[in-house]
Design a protein around this ligand. Sequence first.
Ligand SMILES: [Zn+2]
Length: 77
Amino acid sequence: MAFWIRINPQGCVEGSVYASYLDEDSTEGAHAEFVPDRPTRLYEAAHGWRHERVDRAEWQRRAANCLYGECDHRRAA
Ligand SMILES: [Zn+2]
């Protein structure tokens, strides 16, 4: 099972999607799933937004706390 996760400039994971769900299993394909508007994607790519492909173990380690609102990023904000 693979996922793509969406990471904001603060390092907090804001979203995830199954890799198998995407039309295109790539960074750009994942970004397009979260942000349909291309100019917005270009802006984000230049301003620290990232999209990474992870397996379930890494998802659990890096994304779960963020997505459940229990991470240090949110406590700090
Ligand atoms: Zn977080």
